[in-house]
Design a protein around this ligand. Structure first.
Ligand code: ATP
Ligand code: MG
Length: 453
């Protein structure tokens, strides 16, 4: 806050208004650590640029520049007023009124300004009261606000998930009414909000809200398709959708990682396509393979990798989710298995072993009989493999840089191959996880004979 205060003092000294606005005011009032401090001012971008030695013109068109103080970026945005909005694009103009700027913001809890010099909070729409009531409420008339910008429908659910708030009744009624407008919003922007929902502290509630609003079938149709898919009573007390939701609820409690949580939500998407009757019993033969294949279509179709909330490209995201879905049955199938089979499994799971075990645990916890003893015994057997199983934590005894130097390789495919091969060999127990052993092994496999022989 000190540097934000510096920016604000500087602007005020030049005769402008300046406040901290948006998410950081909300987070500060909640006693959370704000991520970033956005600043709003009546100075134009050009006037802001003139006040500071280091300014990056990040979005001058939208009235935003980034002031850098001690290497920390602050977005400084000129007060704005919407002239015309129609769903996806708004025409804005600058204004000199803070209240006007706050009134175009989406929810009351996001429409407050903070004066760091006096400690005063400017709160024209009752944002602080809504923070105490823990509700998301539109500034102004909800239906009109969702008409202006359709993405707000999803933002309401995203904030409910992140803050563990409820959406208050009139706002929720408008969400239900305007949800179909999301059809007009780009898949990338939807994906970004979806990751916000999946990563929220109340992610389970978030996905329930998506479902109630009828937009789960737009965002994750493979999950919505699990509704009403019946399962054998002997193992399950829930249909596939409710089973997946219950598993997801456990995932929300057991990991903050949105990718692992999504894997849990998706682990059974192969079931509807593989459901069959065999001697009167219901089966889902091969659903984990089919599910993994479906993940390969879902991720690009929904542009799931195109969000700064996850730091994976599409290929990495697909591989990670596919591995978790494909192997989710393996531990319970392998229980009681011996060394070689277990080591093969560990090698397949690779660096994702912990994540996979978490997915399996969530799945088990959503069964009629979770058989946690069996699961625990399996975990114990894996641990008893000794150092080989530690590979997922251990990574490699040599850093990428060390391998580059050793083999004289530039960064690239061949270096990647060498790294992977080393990890595989370590997992398989072919060499001890020590630097010297790793060097010798790499030189033998990948060392090019030098010119002098
Ligand atoms: P986060 O912690 O996720 O960044 P945030 O509240 O900062 O939460 P942003 O999306 O970064 O959310 O937006 C910053 C602020 O800009 C919001 O708090 C809100 O006041 C305003 N805002 C952002 N998007 C919209 C929108 N679509 N409609 C109206 N106001 C918006
Ligand atoms: Mg923000």
């Amino acid at each position: 806050m000190d540097r934000a205060l510096f920016v604000i003092r500087q602007l005020r000294a030049a005769g402008f208004q300046a406040y901290v606005v948006g998410g950081s005011v909300r987070d500060r009032e909640l006693g959370l650590d704000p991520q970033d401090h956005d600043i709003a001012t009546d100075a134009t971008p050009e006037q802001v640029v003139a006040q500071f030695p280091k300014v990056i013109p990040t979005g001058v068109k939208h009235g935003t520049v980034t002031v850098v103080v001690d290497g920390v970026p602050y977005e400084v945005t000129t007060f704005r007023r919407d002239v015309e909005c129609h769903g996806r694009h708004a025409t804005i103009e600058h204004t000199t009124s803070l209240d006007e700027d706050l009134s175009r913001r989406d929810f009351t809890v996001n429409a407050m300004a903070f004066d760091p010099e006096t400690g005063e909070v400017v709160d024209p729409f009752g944002g602080r009261e809504d923070l105490t009531r823990r509700v998301i409420r539109c500034v102004g008339e909800p239906a009109a606000r969702f008409e202006e910008d359709h993405l707000r429908v999803l933002r309401a659910i995203r904030f409910a998930s992140q803050l563990d708030f409820d959406v208050e009744a009139p706002t929720w009624a408008a969400v239900l009414e305007k949800a179909p407008l999301l059809e007009r919003i780009s898949t990338e922007r939807i994906a970004h909000e979806l990751w916000g929902i999946l990563g929220g502290r109340a992610a389970y509630k978030g996905v329930r809200l998506l479902d109630e609003a009828g937009i789960l079938r737009r965002l994750l149709p493979e999950v919505a398709a699990l509704k009403g898919v019946g399962q054998p009573e002997r193992y399950h007390h829930l249909d596939v959708f409710e089973h997946s939701m219950l598993a997801f609820q456990h995932a929300q409690d057991l990991t903050p990682d949105p990718v692992t949580r999504l894997a849990v939500l998706l682990h059974d998407i192969g079931k509807p396509a593989t459901r069959s009757h065999d001697l009167g019993a219901v089966h889902f033969h091969g659903h984990e393979e089919v599910g993994a294949r479906m993940v390969g279509e879902l991720v690009p179709r929904m542009r799931l990798a195109s969000s700064s909330r996850i730091h994976l490209d599409s290929k990495e995201l697909i591989e990670r989710l596919q591995l978790l879905v494909r192997l989710h049955l393996r531990p319970m199938q392998l229980h009681g298995a011996r060394g070689a089979a277990l080591r093969r499994f560990v090698r397949e799971a690779g660096l994702r072993l912990d994540e996979l075990l978490l997915v399996v645990l969530c799945d088990r916890l959503a069964h009629r009989d979770p058989e946690i003893e069996t699961f625990d015994r399996f975990k114990h057997d894996i641990a008893a493999l000794g150092p080989a199983h530690e590979i997922h934590r251990l990574e490699s005894p040599l850093s990428g840089h060390e391998i580059m130097q050793l083999l004289g390789l530039p960064p690239g495919k061949e270096l990647g191959r060498a790294k992977t091969a080393l990890l595989d060999a370590l997992v398989a127990g072919e060499l001890p996880a020590e630097k010297d052993a790793a060097r010798a092994w790499l030189l033998q496999r990948f060392g090019r004979p030098s010119a002098s022989g």
